[in-house]
Design a protein around this ligand. Structure first.
Ligand SMILES: O=C(O)CCC(=O)C(=O)O
Ligand SMILES: [Fe+2]
Length: 178
């Protein structure tokens, strides 16, 4: 695994996952639009909002109370005060949808991912295309109810993506600011 990446299976208990799925089911999600193209996945961001065109972030809608316990649980797991967890992105991946190769936006620092409802395949490859070979792609399963943390090299020197899902998956991405 790239330096700075950690993964924990069963981070959430089954009941906690159900609680989050109930909250997520009530979210009004909108199709992700990137450089004029509409992706299949749907998103809603809280706390801060990153604008791809101007490459800036602005303060957005506060993170709803229903996610409070999750932020506290995550903050404890990563040894940060929960006030450091500034952004929450809710994503729905309908069957067949992906997130393509990318590195997260520069204003964010630590990236934490929680998976709900179905498993998926997560992949890393070097950011520097000169360092890429067929063997440099690392793929592994992300289980529902798991948590990963991306920092240091895994965040800055590697790109990540997910393979198409067979059944709808939700992810909660929680980020700190640089
Ligand atoms: O679905 C995931 O866990 C990946 C999400 C992601 O990479 C992102 O929102 O930047
Ligand atoms: Fe990402």
């Amino acid at each position: 695994m790239p330096d700075g990446f950690t993964y924990q299976d069963e981070f959430l208990e089954a009941e906690e996952e159900q609680d989050l799925l109930r909250i997520v089911a009530n979210e009004v999600l909108h199709p992700m639009v990137f450089r004029g193209f509409e992706a299949k996945r749907k998103v809603k961001s809280y706390g801060y909002h990153y604008h791809f065109d101007s490459r800036t972030i602005t303060e957005g809608v506060p993170i709803p109370e229903g996610y409070r316990w999750l932020l506290e649980k995550v903050a404890t797991a990563v040894s940060l005060p929960n006030t450091a967890l500034k952004e929450l992105l809710v994503t729905e991946y309908p069957p067949g949808s992906v997130i393509n190769w990318h590195r997260d936006a520069p204003p964010f620092e630590l990236i934490i991912g929680i998976s709900l409802q179905s498993d998926c395949t997560f992949r890393f490859r070097p950011y520097d295309s000169d360092k890429r070979t067929r063997r440099s792609v690392i793929g592994f399963p992300l289980r529902r109810r798991s948590m990963y943390v991306m920092s240091r090299e895994s965040r800055n020197e590697w790109e990540h993506s997910t393979a198409p899902v067979q059944t709808t998956r939700y992810s909660l991405t929680i980020r700190t600011l640089r």
